[in-house]
Ligand binder design. Structure first.
Ligand code: ADP
Ligand code: MG
Length: 707
């Protein structure tokens, strides 16, 4: 498909500007050098090429058929393509019928394509361009002057596909695909193909969903292996975890937890919007990678300098902490009254500004903590200098002197004169078009570097459990029996997770005996089948003595039944929530969150794909806002991070071991103090056995769109 050497165009037309005309003209404009066979019974000739009445009349089998026909004709034309021996086809039409039949058109087309071993691009897409092989399979015109570049561009949205191809900032592509509804060929296939191309240095995607999770993961793995950064804008919030709202992990995962986990696993650079995407692509396309450190910035304005500090804090772009030497070097050249700091405002009297800029930039770039430099200039004041050269020329000199990432950053994209932009970009220097998006691009560059610097995943970060333990719990999950908190804590304990010692009791006397064995004070909780006990007043903590225990027992048993759990009291600490949830596409996810009874309100959580090793568990924990509390706050001692991290690692192994059998598990809370951490509550949601059976065959098979 993507390297077709011959192309048939069904629906070719002589009507200027029509889709039938464009399909042929785009092939010609693109410089396609294989045979092009227009097909239309109404013409003898289209655009100087012999036109054939039908696919059945072609002189040879073709590699690619561009099916520029309406829905009603797709099936018959695809069949003719198959009979011709064609290898691939592109479909633009929606694949929706006016009068739907029992088997939808999309499904029939897929079956037909499969029976002929034809790869389909689309439907409901805008085709593709392979600029390395001068192949344009399009029904709408793209720019004539597209030249191949370092970026592979894959999009579910046709509008965004073509918008990005029309960018006016020099972003260039080797391959661009509008994947549409992915009848037989998914972004995973295009991704893996692109990573076989020498010319692919960067991949950008606009994703609605992932239809082939296994292939997609493999693609991301290959990208890591080849050190190709992948930038993704993921849209859409399908409500996929509704059945799991009983577990906090399921509710918090929502529609996006799986993608968050997936992207984290492979260091995908996730962008929030298209503006951030293009600034990020331009910065990455320059090919420079960041060492460790932060951003240094130089300005011609005190106001913009202060604004940059605010925005950097807001979006999480670290600023370089420059040394005294660097400060002294800058102070030596700066005009009086301008502080030698980072970011620096270097515009004073304007006298000698060029050499002041250069000297300050050199000082900043020499600083060990400068991972990248932004030359922040609005460029708008260069209008008068016909040819707009000043900033670009200064930038070029510095660009050539350093290997560190460097960009000109304009605070206001809409005010950049074309000539100034062309001048900067003409030197190969990225020009970022907005304070927030430009700073996000730098943040993304640093995040990518941090990911690349991660040590390879430890093969066995902790001792695995015995197969006896694993199989016993798997069988327990599959048995269909209900799970109590006590059972859940036992499962955790078997996986080496520290848990509060607990005993069940059926009477006041049994409760008292249990408390004596566990040691005072204790916690007493209802053991009724209630997922969230506190909601019903089912938990009494800090029970100091027999009288208090008896009172608590009487109350609990009257309201919620005679069965209770008596539990050792955890030392005070920060309440975290750990959990797992089974994603229908990507399998088990591991959650780390701020815990306790407010877990859903706080929404301070991070998801990852298991298994996790120490470094990855540590990074996950560091994502949380509550992470700050773990370092100790207001006189409290820091929590034992090592113990928490080890618990996350062990839980991730549990998630892998239990696999499809475990729909969700909540440890809420895990109480983390200076002496270690302790799980005091466990909620286990097994996957319904029937559902396990139904879904298993799909687990490692391609998932396909049903149209
Ligand atoms: P729920 O079903 O409401 O989640 P939990 O068992 O988690 O019930 O108890 C609710 C709260 O009580 C916990 O968030 C924690 O603050 C406190 N708690 C429960 N068990 C213990 C314990 N063993 N030691 C200390 N605090 C506990
Ligand atoms: Mg709880």
């Amino acid at each position: 498909m993507l390297e077709a050497r011959s192309v048939a165009v069904v629906g070719a037309s002589r009507r200027p500007g029509s889709a039938g005309d464009t399909m042929v003209s785009e092939l010609q404009v693109g410089g396609f050098n294989g045979p092009i066979y227009p097909v239309n019974p109404g013409y003898e000739e289209v655009r100087g090429l012999r036109c054939y009445p039908s696919l059945a009349e072609l002189p040879e089998p073709v590699d690619l058929v561009i099916l520029g026909v309406k829905n009603a004709l797709l099936e018959s034309q695809l069949e003719l393509a198959g009979d011709n021996g064609a290898r691939a086809a592109v479909i633009f039409a929606s694949c929706l019928e006016e009068e739907p039949r029992e088997t939808p058109l999309a499904q029939r087309l897929r079956a037909l394509a499969d029976s002929y071993s034809i790869a389909l691009c689309g439907g409901s897409g805008m085709g593709f361009l392979n600029l390395d092989s001068n192949l344009r399979a399009l029904a709408f015109p793209e720019r004539d002057d597209l030249r191949s570049g370092p970026i592979t561009w894959l999009s579910h949205s046709g509008s965004v596909f073509t918008a990005l191809l029309h960018n006016q900032r020099g972003l260039r592509f080797n391959l661009a695909v509008s994947a549409g509804m992915e009848l037989t060929t998914t972004v995973a296939d295009y991704l893996r193909y692109s990573l076989e191309l020498e010319s692919t240095r960067l991949v950008a995607m606009f994703l609605e969903t992932v239809r082939d999770p296994v292939g997609f993961r493999e693609g991301l793995r290959l990208a890591n292996e080849r050190d190709v950064p992948v930038v993704i804008l993921k849209i859409g919030k399908e409500d996929r975890a509704r059945e799991l709202v009983v577990a906090h992990s399921g509710a918090l995962a929502g529609a996006d937890g799986a993608y968050e986990a997936l992207f984290r696993e492979y260091g995908v650079i996730r962008v929030d919007n298209l503006d951030e995407m293009v600034d990020t692509l331009e910065l990455f396309a320059a090919g420079r990678r960041a060492p460790t450190g932060g951003l240094s910035a130089i300005h011609d304005s005190g106001g913009e300098r202060a604004h940059l500090i605010d925005v950097a804090a807001e979006i999480g772009t670290p600023l370089a902490d420059i040394s005294d030497t660097t400060k002294q070097r800058m102070a030596a050249v700066l005009d009086p009254g301008l502080p030698a700091v980072n970011p620096v405002d270097a515009w004073g009297t304007g006298h000698n500004s060029e050499s002041i800029y250069k000297e300050c930039m050199r000082a900043l770039l020499d600083d060990d903590d400068t991972a990248a430099l932004a030359f922040v200039m609005d460029l708008s004041d260069e209008l008068h200098e016909d040819g707009g050269g000043y900033t670009g020329d200064v930038a070029q000199e510095i660009w050539n002197e350093t290997d560190k990432p460097f960009a000109v950053l304009s605070n206001l994209g809409c005010a950049i004169p074309e000539k100034s932009a062309a001048n900067v970009r003409g030197y190969g220097i990225p020009l970022l078009e907005g304070t927030a998006t430009g700073l996000a691009a730098f943040r993304n560059l640093f995040a990518h570097a941090a990911f690349a610097a991660l040590p390879e995943k430890e093969h066995q970060p902790v001792e695995p459990v015995t197969t006896e333990i694993r199989d016993r719990w798997r069988a327990r999950l599959a048995s269909g029996e209900t799970w109590t908190e006590f059972d859940g804590l036992e499962l955790l304990a078997d996986y080496g997770i520290p848990t509060a010692r607990s005993e069940t009791a059926e009477s006041s006397r049994e409760a008292l005996e249990a408390a004596e064995r566990l040691g005072w004070p204790v916690v007493i909780k209802t053991a009724a089948e209630i997922s969230h006990k506190s909601d019903q007043g089912g938990v009494v903590v800090g029970v100091e003595d027999a009288a208090a225990l008896e009172a608590a027992y009487d109350d609990l048993s009257t309201r919620l039944g005679s069965r209770v759990l008596v539990q050792e009291m955890a030392p005070t600490g920060v309440e975290l929530a750990l959990g797992t949830v089974l994603d229908p596409q990507f399998g088990p996810l591991v959650m780390v969150a701020a815990g306790g009874v407010w877990v859903e309100l706080l929404e301070d959580r991070a998801f990852a794909l298991p298994s996790l090793d120490t470094a990855r568990a540590e990074r996950l924990l560091a994502e949380l806002a509550i992470n700050k509390l773990l370092a100790g706050a207001r006189g409290s001692e820091p929590a034992d991070r090592g113990a928490i991290v080890a618990t996350i690692v062990r839980l991730s192994l549990l998630a892998v071991d239990m696999g499809e059998g475990l729909a969700a598990l909540d440890i809420n809370p895990l109480i983390a103090g200076p002496e270690g951490c302790m799980a005091v509550d466990a909620l286990v949601v097994p996957k319904a056995p029937a559902a396990v059976e139904r879904e298993r065959p799909d687990a490692d098979k391609k998932r396909r769109c049903t149209g």
